[in-house]
Design a protein around this ligand. Structure first.
Ligand code: ADP
Ligand code: MG
Length: 295
């Protein structure tokens, strides 16, 4: 392991992190060439085709010329040190960055060969196709039923009450929550446990029949048992949806994903099959990160 002897390189983003002890042993000879990703960043049957993507907050670049395909029905994990741009890149995929005034997205971002950023695109419809689950469960202060029924109602997916009931039940079943809540669908969602709330948010995302589900550290506020349930759910959902998950847990990435993408300071350094990333990564920086030399 050459990197053991490497001199620490201090970078702006690294030194921001003071909350926990961080070992800054990035290998000296690790080179990142902008716009170049080692491994397998492309897919045969891409759901998303992302080319030369750059994201700026005001003048400052957060994503630097990233090209990546996300395959249909694959689970891809985004990993990397805090502040490297994982959430920013994830939010490009359903135009969640639109709501941040100073944020600008450049490059070509295609969903099923159609321009995600076409000004004529209906963003509400897009976010039904590409749903999102956040770090902190964020149920509406409404009943369990109304949380799940919310999307189908605004998108007019059910004409009759019985159709809506079916959608609510099916979504809660798929989210592994039905048995726990079927007798109290009228109870307020905010009274549920954190793990239940997160599964409710997943049910709410599923209820509008999305094609893609984006998850930004969905388990970071959950205990290990609730985390295990959400991970089980991801495995089940992977049969029907394309899933992109940001996680700070390498174990989680290893458990749930088919491919793993390693981000570093706004660059996409490496993308490979998850097994390869965690056993024989192609890039020195990936190796240093997964062996815990910095983060
Ligand atoms: N709303 C924002 N306004 C300005 N800068 C931001 C905003 N969100 C993120 N950034 C900056 O963009 C960079 C990437 O952040 P982020 O995508 O949140 O990283 P990660 O999810 O990997 O921790 C960081 O330098 C961060 O400070
Ligand atoms: Mg983040």
């Amino acid at each position: 392991m050459n990197s053991m002897n490497a001199t620490a390189i201090r970078t702006e983003n690294m030194s921001e992190k003071v909350a926990k002890p961080v070992i800054n042993e990035q290998p000296e000879n690790a080179v990142i060439t902008e716009g170049t990703t080692v491994g397998q960043p492309f897919a045969d049957d891409p759901k998303f085709k992302l080319r030369n993507v750059e994201v700026f907050y005001g003048e400052s670049p957060a994503i630097k010329n990233i090209s990546l395909d996300i395959g249909r029905n694959e689970v891809i994990a985004f990993i990397g040190p805090s502040g490297c741009g994982k959430s920013t890149f994830l939010r490009c995929l359903n135009r969640m960055n639109d709501s941040i005034d100073i944020c600008r997205v450049k490059g070509s971002l295609m969903l099923d060969d159609q321009d995600l950023y076409d000004p004529k695109r209906d963003v509400v419809e897009l976010r039904a196709r590409v749903g999102m689950v956040f770090q902190k469960p964020n149920p509406f202060p409404k009943s369990i039923y109304d949380n799940v029924a919310y999307g189908p109602r605004i998108h007019g997916l059910a004409n009759r009450k019985s159709d809506l009931d079916d959608i609510v039940e099916n979504s809660l079943r798929k989210a592994g929550l039905w048995n726990e809540v079927k007798d109290r669908l009228d109870a307020t969602a905010t009274g549920m446990s954190g793990g239940q709330q997160q599964r409710l948010c997943i049910a709410r995302a599923i209820a509008v029949s999305p094609e893609v589900i984006l998850m930004d550290e969905p388990c970071s506020a959950l205990d290990p048992i609730a985390t295990a349930k959400v991970e089980e759910l991801i495995a089940e959902m992977s049969e029907s949806y394309t899933i992109v998950i940001v996680t700070h847990s390498m174990q989680q990435a290893a458990r749930v994903s088919d491919r793993t993408a390693y981000f570093h300071l706004g660059h996409l350094v490496e993308v490979n099959d998850t097994d390869k990333v965690f056993t024989a990564p192609d890039h020195k920086l990936t190796e240093s990160y997964i062996t815990g030399r910095f983060g």
